[in-house]
Design a protein around this ligand. Structure first.
Ligand SMILES: NC(=O)c1ccc[n+]([C@@H]2O[C@H](COP(=O)([O-])OP(=O)(O)OC[C@H]3O[C@@H](n4cnc5c(N)ncnc54)[C@H](OP(=O)(O)O)[C@@H]3O)[C@@H](O)[C@H]2O)c1
Length: 278
C-alpha cells in the first residue's frame, strides 16, 4: 500500500507542519499555542507527560478558528499502558484538554521491556470506539512494534511520531511508513536548533532559497513527505516556520541534507528498543 505525503491509509489528512509544545506551560504556553493557531497552525502536539494539556486546551479554546479545523494531539504515558489505567488516563487527557474528543492520540513510547504496548493499543482502539478519540497512532515505534500491534488487533496506526532531523534522517523508517500508509511525524525536527543549523550544507541550501537554516530544514522535511512539528514560542518563528514547508527543494538538495545523517545521530541516545519512558 502506498500513501500520498501527509495522508494516512484511512484517508486521515495532516498538514505538512504542526506545532510542538514541549516546555509550553501555564499562561505563556497557552498564549504561544493561541498565537500558533492564529498564525495558521492546525495540528498541535502535546502529551500527558509534558504536563501542559491544560495550557494547550486553553490555547485551543481561546483561538479564533473553527474547532473542527484543528487536530489536537496528545500521548498516552508509559505508566498508563495497562488497559484500565489507559482508559482512565485518556479520559483525564480529554478533560484536561477541554475537548469533546481528542483528535489524535498516540502511544508515547513502546517501552518494550515492560511489554504492555499491545494492551495499550487495545485501549486506544476502545477509546476510539467510545468516541473519546478520533484517530489513533503511535510514537517511537519500530517496524517490529508496528507489526505486532496490527497482527494482534487488525488495526494500523495512522501516524508514527519519531525522532527525525538532519543528523538522524530515519530513511528506512520513512520508507516503511510510506509503504504502509502511516504518516511520519518528526519530533525535534530542527535538532533542537543546535549546531546542525550552522552546517555548511544546510546554510548553502538556505542561501540558495533566501531562507534561514531552520526554514531549510523544515523545507527538507516537507520535501520528504514528513510532517514536522517544530516547537516555536514566538509568533516570528511560528510564521517563518509555516512558510518554509511550502518551499520546494531540489532532489539534490534533499539528498545533500539527508547525507548529513550519522548512525549515532540521536539527540540523547533514546533508542526505542531499550529506552524506557514512563
Ligand atoms: N514523541 C516524542 O517522544 C517527542 C520527543 C521530543 C519532542 N517531541 C515533540 O516534538 C516537538 C519539537 O521538538 P523539540 O521541541 O524537542 O525541538 P525542535 O522543534 O527541533 O527545536 C525547538 C527549538 O528550535 C527553536 N526554533 C524554532 N523555530 C526556529 C527558527 N525559525 N529559527 C531558529 N530557531 C527556531 C525554538 O526556539 P523558540 O521556541 O524560541 O522559537 C526551540 O529552541 C516538541 O515540542 C514535542 O511536541 C516529541
Amino acid at each position: 500500500m502506498t500513501a500520498s505525503p501527509f495522508i494516512a491509509h484511512n484517508g486521515f489528512a495532516l498538514p505538512a507542519q504542526g506545532l510542538g509544545t514541549y516546555g509550553f506551560r501555564g499562561e505563556a504556553g497557552a498564549l504561544a499555542v493561541r498565537s500558533g493557531i492564529e498564525t495558521g497552525y492546525r495540528l498541535i502536539d502535546s502529551a500527558f507527560n509534558y504536563e501542559n494539556e491544560g495550557a494547550v486546551g486553553w490555547g485551543v479554546s481561546g483561538a479564533a478558528v473553527d474547532r473542527a479545523e484543528l487536530i489536537v494531539t496528545t500521548k498516552l504515558a508509559g505508566r498508563h499502558h495497562e488497559r484500565a489505567k489507559a482508559l482512565d488516563a485518556i479520559e483525564e487527557s480529554r478533560f484536561r484538554l477541554g475537548v469533546d474528543a481528542i483528535d489524535l492520540l498516540l502511544i508515547h513510547w513502546p517501552n518494550p521491556g515492560r511489554d504492555h504496548y499491545v494492551e495499550a493499543w487495545g485501549a486506544l482502539i476502545d477509546a476510539r470506539e467510545r468516541g473519546l478519540v478520533r484517530q489513533i497512532g503511535v510514537s517511537n515505534f519500530l517496524p517490529e512494534h508496528l507489526e505486532r500491534i496490527e497482527d494482534a488487533t487488525g488495526v494500523r496506526p495512522v501516524v508514527n511520531q519519531i525522532e527525525l532531523h538532519p543528523r538522524f534522517p530515519q530513511t528506512e523508517a520513512v520508507e516503511y511508513h510510506r509503504k504502509h500508509g502511516i504518516v511520519t511525524e518528526a519530533w525535534s525536527p530542527l535538532g533542537r536548533a543546535g549546531d546542525i543549523l550552522d552546517d555548511p550544507v544546510i546554510v548553502d541550501v538556505a542561501q540558495a532559497h533566501g531562507i534561514s537554516a531552520a526554514q531549510a530544514v523544515l523545507a527538507w522535511h516537507a520535501s520528504r513527505g514528513v510532517v514536522a512539528i517544530p516547537k516555536a514560542a514566538t509568533p516570528e518563528h511560528q510564521a517563518l516556520n509555516l512558510i518554509a514547508s511550502g518551499v520546494p527543494l531540489t532532489p539534490d538538495e534533499v539528498a545533500a541534507i539527508t547525507a548529513l545523517g550519522v548512525p549515532d545521530g540521536r539527540l540523547f541516545g533514546a533508542d526505542p528498543r531499550t529506552h524506557e519512558e514512563l
